[in-house]
Design a protein around this ligand. Structure first.
Ligand code: GLY
Ligand code: MN
Ligand code: MN
Length: 232
């Protein structure tokens, strides 16, 4: 099962790398969706594991945006949440990147906060922990980031305790992954080697039309977690 899921992740990662090369201002979101489906199928992943989300600009702030019908502007970030299914197993990946190929300073600052949250969450995926540890770690990093950005002010621990981040990070850090993209299982079950879950913190600032999420698939082991999306 793990080998099949590794291949699903590899196909998804390779597809991102291919499609990213061709994205340009003026493309329609649904063209990008079609390119992903093509790259998946070319590698043996005929179906997506879920309806792809291809969201330029403010669409990225709508969590399950699947209209995928807008034109991309050069100043937009594009959020793509598109994973293939391979031999009936799911992969689930999100990347957010600039349509023009170059981040603005503000976009980069926010991107780096989400990247830090993603990496910190992955680090917390250890046998014996449960989803609560990456959840908390990601919330803390996002809260710190919101203070750095000047969107929140006050003591980070207190803001975290009060849930002040929830207007900007309003979903959970991840979920089990397997035959289904949101696979079955007790959400808070302690991590054991062989389990696979997603780590997908995000930061969504509607006023700035910026929504950023980074989502990787993580294999739990007795040692360090294995990031099945580390290639991208
Ligand atoms: N693609 C659905 C999710 O990230 O949970
Ligand atoms: Mn996803
Ligand atoms: Mn997910």
């Amino acid at each position: 099962e793990i080998d099949i899921m590794k291949r699903a992740c590899e196909i998804s990662a390779e597809s991102y790398i291919e499609v990213m090369k061709s994205i340009k201002p003026g493309d329609n979101e649904q063209e990008i969706e079609a390119l992903f489906l093509y790259e998946f199928a070319k590698r043996g992943g005929r179906f997506p594991a879920y309806t792809p989300i291809v969201a330029g600009g403010e669409g990225a702030c709508v969590l399950h945006y699947i209209e995928n019908d807008k034109e991309l502007a050069a100043s937009d970030l594009i959020l793509v949440d598109a994973g293939c299914e391979y031999k009936m197993y799911a992969s689930d990946i999100t990347r957010t990147f600039p349509v023009s190929g170059k981040f603005s300073d503000e976009q980069l600052q926010i991107y780096n906060i989400v990247l830090k949250a993603n990496l910190a969450a992955i680090d917390a995926v250890k046998t014996g922990n449960s989803i609560m540890e990456p959840q908390m770690v990601s919330e803390k990093v996002i809260t710190e980031g919101l203070v750095e950005l000047g969107i929140l002010s006050g003591d980070v621990n207190q803001l975290h305790k009060n849930g002040a981040f929830k207007d900007f990070y309003m979903h959970k850090v991840g979920h089990w992954l397997g035959l289904d993209v949101h696979d079955v299982g007790d959400k808070e079950e302690p991590f054991k080697p062989g389990m696979i879950l997603t780590c997908e913190p995000g930061l969504y600032i509607r006023e700035e039309q910026i929504g950023i999420r980074l989502e990787n698939n993580i294999l739990i082991t007795n040692d360090a977690p294995i990031d099945l999306m580390s290639e991208i």
